[in-house]
Design a protein around this ligand. Structure first.
Ligand SMILES: [Zn+2]
Length: 399
């Protein structure tokens, strides 16, 4: 276990500009005291928060570490339009880069240095790559095991039913260390939503693991699949263990149907993640949160063959969520930070906070207020995970 860590001179959220700074003591990986001028226990590590804003650590609730090219020479986008063209383009080129483990480890390091100590990454499992990409992400998780909690999803990027052998590979991926089973647009990709979802949930039952389903299908087709997911959650007793990523249906059905879907998600404790996409209407964030739906934020692909966007910075993605929502008021921007921190952690089954007894996974960000910190996005002064400083001034430190 880590020893004591004393963080001096920070302003815990909500962090009014004139608020006096406090010190924060972390003992055995837990926040144990807040107050002015706390005495340092013998042998404690003491670090200076330099008046920064103290937040719970960020969570990237939806990443694709297996495809990242962050840090490599920039490569112009070469895919044609549509999902099939994107998949084919990635298949043509992904082996030309350095090994997945190296790329994923570097990008996960950037993510952590930017303040996210909780990450859920999908890893493509298909008949082209087998388990190679999954193994690369598992290696990245191992390389940063003292710096972050990482969950890995066995993700059928090319569908499950279209290419023979995919279901067996997903089964093998869960035996090889994947934490959750994924899925992808059961209706529009595999054109058989019942068989796709039954395969996903039977693997979840077999391996006693959670589910994180990509669902881009919108309108009534997407809504129908949300209902199919909730039916399976109820039948298998999987409340709290299932996430729907993207869930564009929520913002593309009428208001009445949207309300019914939100209530259904809340009733079955099915979480939702968004990546604050530029080309789609934002999800009904307030409505989801009011209903008690766990809601997280993610980077999605991070500069890869799919897209040039993404840099591993979840504070930047919180800015994007606020910007896409058209938010100006501080409480609205702070809601986005809450989704990017505590919200995403809850999707991963973790409880982060800034009260005594919370896990000592926090980030210190320069800025007058939380909203100012989102707008400025200065390098993070400190990133702490499980009671240890894992990054300082935007760079990883040795643990
Ligand atoms: Zn994704």
């Amino acid at each position: 276990m880590p020893g004591d860590l004393l963080i001096r001179s920070v302003r815990p959220w909500p962090a009014d500009p004139g608020a006096p700074t406090v010190d924060v003591l972390c003992s055995n990986g837990t926040l144990t005291a807040f107050g002015p001028h706390l005495p340092a226990p013998p042998g404690a590590t003491v670090v200076d928060g330099r008046n920064g804003v103290l937040l719970p650590a960020f969570t990237d609730a939806h990443a694709h570490l297996d495809s990242t090219r962050l840090g490599l020479p920039f490569r112009p986008h070469s895919a044609g339009p549509g999902l099939t063209a994107l998949v084919d383009n990635d298949r043509r080129h992904w082996r030309a880069d350095e090994p997945v483990a190296d790329r994923a480890t570097r990008t996960l390091g950037r993510t952590i240095a930017s303040g996210a100590t909780h990450v859920r990454s999908h890893a493509q499992v298909d008949v082209d790559s087998g388990l190679e990409r999954l193994e690369g992400v598992l290696a990245a998780r191992e390389a940063h095991r003292d710096r972050a909690l990482v969950q890995v999803v066995a993700f059928p990027q090319c569908g499950i039913l279209r290419e023979k052998g995919t279901a067996d590979l997903l089964d093998a991926a869960l035996r090889a260390g994947a934490d959750l089973i994924g899925g992808l647009d059961p209706a529009s990709v595999d054109r058989d939503p019942v068989k796709h979802l039954d395969t996903v949930f039977s693997l979840a039952e077999k391996h006693q693991c959670g589910v994180d389903l990509h669902l881009h299908d919108d309108g009534t087709l997407g809504a129908f699949q949300i209902e199919l997911v909730c039916e399976r959650v109820a039948a298998l007793g999987m409340r709290g263990e299932v996430t729907i990523s993207h869930a564009f249906a929520l913002s593309t059905v009428d208001d009445h149907r949207q309300g019914l879907l939100v209530d259904l998600l809340a009733e079955h404790d099915v979480a939702v993640t968004t990546v604050a996409p530029g080309a789609r209407d934002p999800l009904p964030l307030h409505r989801l949160r009011r209903a008690g739906v766990r809601l997280g934020l993610g980077q999605d692909g991070i500069r890869d063959h799919w897209s040039p966007y993404g840099d591993g910075d979840m504070l930047g993605r919180a800015w994007q969520l606020a910007y896409r929502g058209g938010f100006r008021r501080d409480d609205q921007v702070e809601m986005c930070v809450d989704i990017a921190t505590r919200g995403g952690a809850a999707v991963l089954g973790a409880r982060l906070g800034l009260t005594e007894g919370s896990p000592a996974s926090v980030v210190v960000v320069p800025g007058d207020t939380v909203t100012a910190a989102v707008m400025d996005r200065a390098p993070r002064a400190l990133v702490v995970h499980a009671g240890r400083v894992v990054a300082r001034d935007g760079e990883l430190v040795r643990t």
